[in-house]
Design a protein around this ligand. Sequence first.
Ligand code: NAD
Length: 251
Amino acid sequence: KGLLEDKVCIITGGAGPRGIGKATAKLFHEHGATVVIADLDETKSQEAAREIADERTMGVVCDVTDKASCEAAAKKVMEQYGRIDVLINNAGITQPLKTLEITPENYEQVTDVSLRGMLYMSQAVLPYMVEQKGGSIANTSSVSAQRGGGIFGGPHYSAAKAGMLGLSKAMAREFGVHNIRVNSVTPGLIQTDITGGKLTDEMKTQILTGIPLNRLGDAADVARGFLFLASELSSYTTGAALDINGGMHMY
Ligand code: NAD
């Protein structure tokens, strides 16, 4: 029997072809879950869902920076499946800028998707989880939050991802009484399309020298961490951050 049998799981930012969200949706589905891919483009969300399977999958449009859009997505899932057990706050964008280069627009773009989006999407599902007397929320933060960047994203990205860890712990404290757990993963460098081709081979070689496991991460590596946090395997874990970084940051 799968670890997520009969669970309804929403994964934001799940449409990226090589993304962490899609790999997570796939693994969750293999473990018996019904998975909802929530991403910016409706067609791409639906295509990503269909690629995983024809049954127990759904793609919805959701801009996590827009509160009404998050509420509409959660409502659609409730109408279709009648419950929401797991939310993976995974939508995110990054920009390789230095402190003095960050414009107000850059700051808003990056913090809005990761941090504001995490709040809005959590607000959209929490009332249902409270009603159901349980749930699991897990968030994609980053090693950038812990070590102050130095991988790809700029300082505004580090700030957004560090903000997610604070929000995660505060929600864990508030909703523990409702049997709702809130945790995060802090991935190192994972080979997805988020870097938009701007990660050069030279940068990769340089980064590899600092990774004890001597390889970059795959989306599937992060998906396995999310499986732990979403399922009862982590029944007594809340407010935690799970490092999935090949050992590049230890403390
Ligand atoms: P990805 O580009 O494949 O996935 C990001 C997804 O977020 C995309 O599908 C995109 O359409 C979606 N998205 C962007 N803005 C959105 C919005 N407003 N509303 C809804 N969806 C939106 O890249 P990925 O690397 O799989 O990124 C997933 C998460 O992992 C991000 O939060 C990223 O910051 C985080 N992360 C990535 C790495 C890495 O090295 N790849 C490391 C640490 C953390």
